[in-house]
Design a protein. Structure first.
Length: 295
């Protein structure tokens, strides 16, 4: 059955892409997803990927966020300089007969940092939580800690924690000791505490995971939890100026967000959790308003 959206919302990441057929009032009429992420496509392949993704939908204006606007994406959407509101009127337009507008990311000159996609989730959180000031943690492959005040992104810092976890569990000797699921919350909390107390010992603690497996036959799910706790604990140690004494919100996939919520709670830091998909959609709706698309 054909779907006739008023507009199309798109979250286009490195590995996957997701689209929602939207009504004028913001109701989701249909959704679709595929593995045609930015990392799998050449620039001249994005249009075909978009058409496949929205096959059966009547053509409509689309607003996209994420890595689709990277230098290697469909059309580069230059970063906007902070401090600024997370979304503005700016948008990149690929060379196509399709009406597609790509949201720019944000940049910070000192210390140098960039984000793409998270600005949309931040805008979505602000739309659903008016006048909220504090720090937003966005866990993921590259976790962001973002200070927001008076509606603007004031500063942010990115940590490679997710990439490090993937690299260690897939491409180092630790892959033999950390298979399976992360289910041992006690080991996770203990590792967070250890890394926060002595972050300079991180490299030694990491090899200790392998040694503990060989010598003491510690279950791999516990060791995987320890690895996660050590990396997140080291991140919290470095990000302490962001979360200490601040109002905190965590936006991420449920499983990963839960780990950050646990790690913060263990330090006596309360935080509110927000669903990443809901924030993305709310942000894309806000982008539509900022770009003044017809309603």
């Amino acid at each position: 059955m054909s779907v006739a959206p008023d507009w199309i919302a798109v979250d286009w990441g490195t590995s996957n892409v997701r689209a929602w057929a939207m009504s004028a009032s913001g109701t989701v009429l249909a959704e679709a997803h595929s593995a045609d992420g930015m990392g799998t496509l050449a620039r001249d392949q994005f249009e075909g990927a978009f058409r496949r993704l929205t096959d059966g939908w009547v053509a409509a204006p689309a607003i996209a966020c994420g890595m689709v606007g990277a230098r290697q994406g469909w059309a580069e959407a230059p970063y906007r300089q902070i401090p600024c509101v997370p979304l503005g009127e700016e948008a990149a337009r690929p060379e196509s007969d399709l009406d597609v507008r790509i949201i720019p990311g944000l940049k910070q000159r000192t210390p140098p940092d960039v984000m793409r996609g998270e600005e949309t989730q931040i805008a979505g959180f602000q739309a659903l939580n008016p006048n909220w000031d504090g720090v937003i943690c966005l866990p993921g492959t590259h976790t962001k800690w973002v200070q927001v005040s008076a509606g603007e992104v004031v500063s942010f810092q990115t940590f490679l924690t997710g990439d490090l976890f993937a690299a260690l569990t897939e491409h180092t000797v630790l892959k033999h000791s950390t298979a399976g699921e992360m289910s041992d919350e006690e080991s996770f909390r203990a590792a967070v505490h250890d890394a926060l107390a002595k972050p300079e010992r991180l490299a030694a603690r990491l090899f200790g995971i392998r040694a503990d497996h060989l010598l003491n036959d510690i279950p791999q799910d516990s060791l995987r939890a320890r690895l996660s706790g050590l990396l997140i604990g080291a991140e919290l140690a470095a990000a302490r100026p962001y979360w200490l004494g601040q109002q905190i919100a965590v936006i991420g996939a449920p499983g990963l967000a839960k780990l950050y919520m646990m790690a913060l709670a263990a330090q006596g830091v309360p935080a509110i959790e927000a669903n990443a998909e809901r924030m993305t959609l709310a942000g894309l709706k806000r982008a539509r308003e900022c770009m003044k698309l017809p309603t």
